[in-house]
Design a protein around this ligand. Structure first.
Ligand SMILES: [Zn+2]
Length: 267
């Protein structure tokens, strides 16, 4: 009798240990935190990665001043509405027919000529850029890299790692929760910048209607959270303050699109 109860207790203890062990191995006790990478360090990394991407990938910076000035102007309008940001934003236009925008560490936002061509107005592009700024400010960009590579590898500056970072940034997206918070961030920022936040819904609707377009394949906004009906509704539910006044963008959008490289006609 005595012996069986000892055995039973031992079995119970083993089960409990097994359970705790399972939990510990599923969720590491000391996960690497994004906070361990300072914003200063992130900006340095951003510079290095930006250089590497321009040197080693097929991306070529666009030289049309009209085009780069337009993107810069949109970025500045948003930046001026951002309060207390610690980032020095930088905007780059690369010649690529893929409809894409992606963000490197340190607030380096890259948009493609394909995206400019796809946007019906500078306000639509502002929506995408505001969404990307959300990923920067909420540190989603670095979090994703820390999660995939770990801090030591990420900050090593190794050439091989550069290639990995490029791959991760240009081909994988954020998670659903991060996407939702970047959408909300974009709405708030657009409103503060005097841009109708619901323009984002117009843009999402275009994405939804064109989901089979293979040029959209790498666009992070599409790849991670393509439930546009839900996203459109969420953006439409965002009603700006009653004192909200729209300040028009002084950009000749059709002319900007006219600067697209030879052989490509804007719609
Ligand atoms: Zn996103």
């Amino acid at each position: 009798m005595m012996r069986t109860s000892i055995i039973r207790d031992l079995v119970i203890l083993l089960v409990i240990f097994g359970f705790i062990w399972g939990i510990i191995s599923l969720f590491p006790v000391f996960p690497e935190k994004v906070e361990l990478v300072s914003i200063e360090r992130e900006q340095e990394l951003g510079e290095t990665y930006l250089e590497a991407i321009l040197k080693n990938s097929d991306f070529e910076e666009v030289t049309s001043e009209e085009m780069t000035n337009a993107v810069e102007a949109i970025g500045l309008r948003l930046e001026n509405a951002l309060e207390g940001s610690e980032y020095d934003y930088r905007y780059l236009v690369v010649d690529d027919k893929m409809i894409n925008a992606f963000t490197l560490p340190g607030g380096n936002i890259i948009v493609t000529t394909g995206l400019i061509e796809f946007c019906g107005s500078p306000e639509e592009l502002a929506g995408v850029m505001a969404h990307e700024m959300g990923h920067v400010e909420m540190r989603h960009v670095v979090s994703r890299l820390v999660k995939e590579l770990g801090i030591a590898i990420l900050t090593s500056g190794d050439q091989f790692v550069m290639g990995e970072v490029t791959r991760i940034i240009t081909s994988t997206g954020f998670d659903r929760k991060q996407e939702q918070s970047a959408d909300l961030f974009a709405c708030e920022l657009l409103e503060d910048a005097g841009i109708e936040p619901r323009t984002l819904a117009t843009f999402f609707r275009k994405l939804r209607d064109d989901q089979d377009n293979e040029l959209l394949e790498k666009f992070e906004i599409v790849s991670t959270h393509p439930n546009f009906t839900h996203r459109i509704r969420e953006v439409l539910e965002y009603v700006p303050d009653e004192n909200f006044e729209e300040i028009p963008m002084e950009i000749e959008w059709e002319e900007v699109k006219g600067q697209l490289p030879e052989g490509r006609v804007s719609k």
